[in-house]
Design a protein around this ligand. Sequence first.
Ligand SMILES: Nc1ncnc2c1ncn2[C@@H]1O[C@H](COP(=O)(O)OP(=O)(O)OP(=O)(O)O)[C@@H](O)[C@H]1O
Ligand SMILES: [Mg+2]
Length: 232
Amino acid sequence: MVKEARISSGVPGLDPLMQGGFKRNSVNLIAGEPGSGKTIFGMHFLMEGCKKGECGIYITFEEKKDKMYDDMLSIGWDLKKYEEKGLFRFLEYSPEQVKKILVEGGGMVDAMVEKLKAKRIVIDSITSFSLLYEDELTKKEAALSLFDLIGKWNCTAVVTSQARSVDHESVMSAALEFEVDSIILLYHIRSKDERIRGIEILKMRGTKIPEKTFELVLGDNGIKVSKKTVVF
Ligand SMILES: Nc1ncnc2c1ncn2[C@@H]1O[C@H](COP(=O)(O)OP(=O)(O)OP(=O)(O)O)[C@@H](O)[C@H]1O
Ligand SMILES: [Mg+2]
């Protein structure tokens, strides 16, 4: 059997825990509370592509471009440079605009993905988009058609989802409302007098996963997964 090529997540220490990386053309959900590292995770994924000459598109409803470029520079990622090279694109869309793209079956993003030959997409976050839809069914349908589009574009995606509060239940429910290929949970939980960060691969289709929560270390170069396991 030919070993399937995996797409590196770009997060140091994570790929070995998921048989080398994400599956090609998969949609991968990163869920966590505010400040847990979702945006930085998404950027690791895109920057990994940029280093290999693969274009990535970052779609956001919340972040402002200038601020984001400044923040990421502090981690050592020069988004402007990659943008100029045609390897990175920052799209600030309103949820309504994304809804329109869905209705049009791709619309202007189609042309952009084709022109840039984009391989990686990050949607940060899906939460405000899903708030556009009132009932659970239409919400699920909208998310599914968005994920179908990503498949049509031949891209591998990281989609973030915001948990309402810090508890495990809330992080879990922010993840489970979408039908995706994999779910990764990011924790930032108080333990005694300090907060500990953790990362858990909750599910990943067709992939053996560790069933453990590992410590997540946040530093000057972004996040990395340590070999140490944590128990909350
Ligand atoms: N250069 C840096 N060095 C160290 N820590 C940083 C740096 N830049 C950001 N951080 C920290 O990283 C943490 C995680 O940030 P990130 O924006 O990825 O979280 P998030 O899960 O996307 O949050 P939100 O839900 O609010 O968007 C923040 O608490 C921030 O203080
Ligand atoms: Mg964020």
